[in-house]
Ligand binder design. Structure first.
Ligand SMILES: [Zn+2]
Length: 225
């Protein structure tokens, strides 16, 4: 006698599929609403409990600031104390008013994909090739998002522009002397080279998707106004 399939056994075969579907929904929920959401949004994680552990001084204060987001490598640089204090102060000033996400200071910064950074900007990175690499010395930050918005195509966004105005308001001796960003951002704000803004066409083209704030020297700035 041949046994015919019963309803019960069909359900039994469906059970693993149902379990898998429920698990998949859970994962999707986590990605969009839970901790996984931070991963899905990119390299930045919000400042939160534990991020400041091991950090000291101003870097600790920045890591404890809810508005300040950073990639794990950038958090590591702040903890290790390799980030210039003027840069930490500038980011703190900006984070008082806007949420910013720093993707890289020194660790994890690449001018050219796959090629480790060194003390000099590599040839091939626009006209700046051969100049000192401020990221290498912990004197530069790349901001990838402002108030949750990516920089690309948002250079003229009111919040992104406001970040630029806040930076412009920092006294010349403390303000970065390498301020670069998307062309629409730079041109709307109208800053000059003497105020720290870099206006070269090749550099604007290379910064369509992030703001670069840097200090050329570890002693003073090149800003004259
Ligand atoms: Zn940069």
């Amino acid at each position: 006698m041949v046994a015919s399939p019963k309803k019960g056994s069909r359900l039994g075969r469906l059970a693993p599929i149902l379990v898998a579907a429920v698990l998949l929904c859970g994962v999707v929920f986590l990605i969009f609403f839970g901790d996984g959401g931070r991963l899905a949004l990119g390299p930045c994680v919000p400042g939160r409990e534990g991020a400041a552990e091991g950090a000291s001084g101003k870097a600790r204060g920045l890591l404890e600031t809810r508005n300040f987001e950073a990639s794990p490598r950038a958090i590591g640089d702040l903890r290790d104390g390799v980030v210039d204090e003027r840069l930490v102060n500038t980011l703190q000033t900006v984070a008082e008013e806007h949420q910013v996400c720093v993707d890289a200071f020194k660790e994890g910064h690449y001018f050219l994909p796959g090629i480790p950074d060194g003390p000099l900007i590599p040839d091939g990175y626009g006209e700046a090739g051969g100049l000192p690499n401020t990221h290498y010395y912990g004197r530069a930050a790349d901001i990838r998002r402002v108030d949750g918005k990516p920089l690309r195509r948002n250079g003229a966004d009111p919040d992104v522009l406001d970040v630029g105005r806040t930076i412009s308001g920092i006294p010349p001796g403390q303000r970065p002397d390498q301020i670069i960003g998307p062309r629409s951002w730079v041109e709307t704000l109208g800053g000059s080279r003497r105020e720290g803004w870099i206006l070269d066409d090749d550099q604007l083209a290379l910064h369509e998707d992030h703001l670069h704030l840097g200090y050329v020297s570890d002693d003073g700035t090149a800003n004259t106004r």
